[in-house]
Design a protein around this ligand. Sequence first.
Ligand code: 13P
Length: 257
Amino acid sequence: MRNPIIVGNWKMNLLLEEATHLALSLVRELDGIEAGEVVICPPYTSLSEVSKRISGSSIRLGAQNMHWEDRGAYTGEISPQFLLDIGCQYVIIGHSERRQQFGETGEVVNRKAKSAVSKGIIPIVCVGETLFERKEGKTEEVVRRGVEASLKGISREEIVKVVIAYEPVWAIGTGNTASPEDANAVHRLIRQVLTHLYDEEVAQEVRIQYGGSVTPENIEGIMKEPEIDGALVGGASIQSGSFVKIIKTAMKARSRK
Ligand code: 13P
């Protein structure tokens, strides 16, 4: 049975005080609740403080990006060592905003994913098609290529720790969500790719989550789908009320699956 995982990607939002406030509120609201795995990914500037606030709770810390090297002349970058140093256990890799706005290629995403797993950080590897690609009927091809390129060189032992996030680009921040059935079909395709790259056991073990306009209203339908193990939440994760509701509803839906 795959452990459900809900991740909050705060993106470039929340100043230090707002971030620590939200972290404390989540700790309080989720105390004693059977919540699967909950991960929050604040901006770099508040990682350290948020790390202190959630210490001792069941909430885990993730970063939104990282460099693949440990140290050196990489102005403006943050390495896996730095993330481990402040208690980060997860890192989002290859988010479409990084691919589209910062030119991250499949090769760069692969380097980062490989570096993360080798250092003991769980990469949340994002893949997904644009609206144009979807309209052209290329969803399968784009997702398959995305998964294959991102996971190149990752061993069987390492892959089971990786989380894959299916985030259709057209659904991010738009209020348009993939229907639970459509999302489930793409998740199934990703498991087929994993079977091809590794084997059936690996394909059944790796967690795959959906991202793109997830809300307290649509999370139940998403989590009821058999291949979907969680959600990568953007906008609705930067308010305690909506994020807690998403987590609680997700876990309830999951226990009924
Ligand atoms: P929204 O939930 O705001 O659509 O963002 C999704 C996302 O990009 C999470 O990484």
